[in-house]
Design a protein around this ligand. Structure first.
Ligand SMILES: Nc1ncnc2c1ncn2[C@@H]1O[C@H](COP(=O)(O)OP(=O)(O)OP(=O)(O)O)[C@@H](O)[C@H]1O
Ligand SMILES: [Mg+2]
Length: 387
């Protein structure tokens, strides 16, 4: 198997996700799902594998919503997907019928009402169908689409989309959808709430977090890539274990390391692997796009000097030599203050820490203390900030 960092994979090249995929299909019997996870962890490959190998009785339809910039466009896509599932005959009939029936008497609101009607009628048509397989809509990059609609058409329209889809889920018991994306949905909900439009848009959905691969799966992936790329090593198992561990079991970076060893024509010795990763963490051209973890701070934490505060909190957690590398909120507060952070009060700090956890910068130990979630990112942060 050849390395393919960032590309779409054939389903049998998606390693270590079978149990999770089985769980997703099982959950879908009961409810819709929102998948939340750090960028580049492999969310899209999970959906694509499910699309290529659907469970008997299901028909998934995958949509990348990244390039959708209006509610109208979104509703049309959903409508088309549903009508295609139902068969093109019903498509034209339903569409024309609906628009005539529902809009004839209301020309004034025609434009603003159309997208919602289209969406609702698509799902109603779907639910009435007696087809043997069940449609499930996989919507990738939902928060991205909502952010762009929010910017272009305002928070009301973004909220209306979320609320309409939620009503459909509540009213149509059998309707199923999976939301995912590279930014957390909580960012969009936070903006809506700040604009005075709180929404319970995902309360009825099952929340699922995707983690990096389990070590045995990561090692199997690394070993197969090493052999597929014909890379020399004295023990493939040892090399695979080193690669997996040094990149925190992220399949994306495992692909990168093997591809890089191949390009540089290096053997997979322990020192070559560690040196390769160390060089990439400080490479000015940032081939793994780690600067994303720094650049997104101002977008994720736009208020006052929150982004600066978050950076200082990350500094504190990057340099701590506390046992287990985790610190309590009070320890973080004291150390951040001594590094020049100005936190209005302790509640503000707690609020920021919670957000940083939701954004996968941090995770919590069972005693409530906080730590960097991924050692690789911690290592990069330390180097990037010159700590
Ligand atoms: N299960 C896996 N087995 C092997 N390689 C994988 C797996 N998951 C992800 N990858 C590798 O990681 C890359 C990124 O995966 P993917 O695009 O699914 O991530 P993502 O979480 O959707 O990222 P983003 O947040 O940027 O949308 C893939 O192109 C592939 O190289
Ligand atoms: Mg993706």
């Amino acid at each position: 198997m050849k390395a393919n960092p960032g590309g779409n994979l054939d389903p049998d090249m998606v390693y270590g996700r079978d149990a999770l995929i089985a769980l997703i299909w099982e959950r879908l019997e009961q409810q819709s799902i929102v998948i939340n996870a750090e960028r580049r962890i492999g969310k899209t490959q999970i959906l694509r594998k499910m699309l290529a190998e659907p469970k008997a009785g299901w028909r998934p339809v995958f949509r990348d919503l990244e390039r959708v910039h209006s509610a109208q466009e979104f509703a049309e896509l959903v409508y088309d997907d549903v009508q295609q599932f139902l068969g093109t005959g019903t498509r034209a009939k339903n569409f024309l019928q609906r628009l005539l029936e529902d809009n004839e008497t209301n020309y004034v609101n025609l434009k603003s009402r159309t997208w919602k009607q289209l969406l609702v009628s698509a799902v109603e048509d779907l639910m009435k169908s007696k087809l043997p397989s069940r449609l499930v809509l996989f919507w990738d990059e939902v928060p991205y689409m909502l952010e762009s609609i929010l910017k272009k058409d305002g928070p009301e329209v973004a909220a209306e989309i979320l609320d309409t889809v939620r009503s459909l889920r509540v009213e149509q018991n059998a309707f199923r959808v999976i939301f995912t994306g590279s930014i957390g949905l909580h960012h969009v909900l936070g903006k809506l709430s700040a604009a005075g439009i709180p929404t319970s848009a995902k309360n009825d959905m099952y929340h699922l977090t995707v983690t990096p691969l389990a070590p045995p799966d990561a090692e199997r992936l690394a070993a197969d890539l090493l052999s597929g790329e014909g890379i020399k090593c004295s023990s493939r198992e040892d090399a695979a274990a080193t690669i997996s561990e040094v990149v925190d079991y992220f399949p994306f970076y495992i692909h990168h390391v093997v591809a890089g060893l191949r390009i540089e024509q290096l053997s997979a010795s322990d020192s070559n692997i560690k040196d390769f990763v160390a060089r990439h963490l400080v490479d000015a051209s940032d081939p793994w796009q780690l600067s994303h973890y720094r650049n997104r701070l101002s977008t994720y934490y736009p208020n006052d000097n929150d982004a600066k505060m978050v950076a200082i909190i990350l500094d504190v957690l990057a340099v701590t030599n506390a046992p287990a590398d985790s610190l309590s909120a009070d320890e973080i507060l004291a150390r951040a203050t001594s590094r020049g952070a100005t936190v209005p009060d302790r509640d503000d700090l707690l609020w920021l820490l919670r957000l940083m956890d939701a954004d996968h910068y941090l995770s919590r130990d069972t005693d409530g203390s906080y730590r960097f979630r991924f050692p690789l990112i911690r290592r990069w942060w330390k180097l990037d900030r010159g700590l």
